[in-house]
Design a protein. Structure first.
Length: 392
């Protein structure tokens, strides 16, 4: 669907590469500009197989790798030439880096006024911390999401995945697509920016509104939901089961008498009373839930129409029938790393297609091809640029 869109990708690590991989999945031509010798930072991450990083494989499919030294004058000029007829630039360098290289928005938009230039930063481009470097773990703490994550009355816990990075990559993708649509309907090219701090704050969502109403800081609730009872992950005879037994006041009597098979908790027939008396409910409910296996409880919850599921490990998710049916984990034979598992994407279209899975590129794998096909350079000139160290 984006096969007429060219993206020049200066990003690395996670947020930017996640964004550009999505654009590539949707058909855009993505040219990843990397540092000669070492490449983007994610190439050095562990674990590796045959020298290929899992992080690189997970975030850099659907791209062509061009190794250009942006600190050389010839390298900078090559990058500028690549952008001259591109549609999109994505970068997530530290604040001011692209400007110092002469590759900031104002520099590139002069020669390409239709350019959509997307920047992803740690804290944003204005404000007292705009110049600070921002990384996901720090911003999970500073952005507040860690304060509502973890065991009740326990120590704060980092989310298992890099929420700020992944979320900022998604926001950047949304912004780019909106800017491209605006351009196609008569608008100008423009700069799009997002940041990890704002992304995490936006994900606080109802916590912000709750604080505004009560004046009290929300706190972690461990494995249970902060606003519904019972809505949690509970221990069973052989593992854990996640379930929602009632969304409001309806269904409580059924849950107590037909699922738990007791009448002891019937008095807590409003959500307000269940929130107030959760400890008393848990003292009765949890011993009962530990009497049967996860599969047995799933069957019972299914019979009563209560949403439920097991607490799965990654290996369970890989083998999950829903994963297999929708292609959410892809078995792929990489040229160097060999057989690997890669994530699919939860995007499905009635019209149009996404790209089939292809390899994350080797460093500089497409340098000669891109310089020849997009910039019209011949073999002798490319060899000369390699000799000078401007490209690899």
């Amino acid at each position: 669907m984006l096969d007429d869109v060219t993206v020049v990708d200066f990003s690395q690590v996670r947020a930017g590469p996640w964004c550009t991989q999505l654009l590539g999945l949707l058909g855009a031509e993505v040219i990843k500009v990397e540092r000669p010798g070492t490449g983007a930072m994610e190439r050095g991450s562990e674990p590796k197989r045959n020298g290929v990083s899992a992080d690189h494989l997970a975030r850099n499919r659907h791209k062509a790798s061009v190794a250009i030294d942006l600190k050389t004058e010839e390298g900078r000029q090559l990058a500028e030439d690549l952008v001259a007829d591109a549609d999109v630039v994505v970068e997530n360098f530290s604040p001011g880096t692209m400007e110092r290289l002469g590759l900031g928005y104002e520099d590139l938009a002069t020669g390409n006024p239709d350019l959509v230039y997307a920047s992803i930063k740690g804290y944003g481009e204005r404000g007292p911390k705009a110049a600070a470097k921002g990384v996901d773990l720090v911003l999970q703490a500073e952005g507040g999401i860690m304060s509502v994550t973890g065991p009740e009355d326990g120590e704060p816990v980092k989310l298992g995945q890099a929420l700020g990075d992944i979320g900022a990559g998604l926001y950047a993708t949304i912004g780019i697509l909106a800017a491209l649509y605006d351009r196609e309907t008569g608008g100008p090219g423009q700069r799009v920016s997002t940041d990890l701090f704002g992304t995490i704050v936006s994900f606080l969502e109802e916590y912000l509104t709750e604080y505004g109403m009560t004046g009290e800081d929300p706190t972690p609730f461990g494995r249970r939901h902060q606003g519904r009872v019972p809505y949690e992950v509970a221990e069973t005879a052989d593992g854990h089961v996640a379930f929602l037994a009632t969304g409001g006041d309806e269904g409580w009597e059924t849950f107590v008498t037909e699922v738990l098979e007791t009448e002891e908790l019937l008095e807590y027939d409003t959500l307000a009373s269940r929130l107030e008396h959760y400890d008393e409910i848990a003292d009765v409910m949890h011993p009962i839930l530990r009497e049967r296996t996860t599969a047995e409880w799933q069957a019972i919850f299914d019979d009563h129409g209560f949403p439920n599921g097991p607490l799965n490990r990654i290996s369970d998710v890989v083998d999950h029938p829903q994963t297999k049916e929708l292609g959410y984990v892809v078995e792929h034979d990489h040229d160097v790393a060999g057989p690997v598992l890669l994530h699919g994407h939860p995007l499905h279209f009635s019209e149009g297609e996404t790209r089939p899975t292809d390899d994350a590129p080797a460093l500089g794998e497409h340098t000669a091809t891109v310089l020849r096909e997009r910039l019209g350079l011949d073999g002798d000139e490319i060899d000369r640029l390699r000799d000078t160290g401007a490209v690899e």
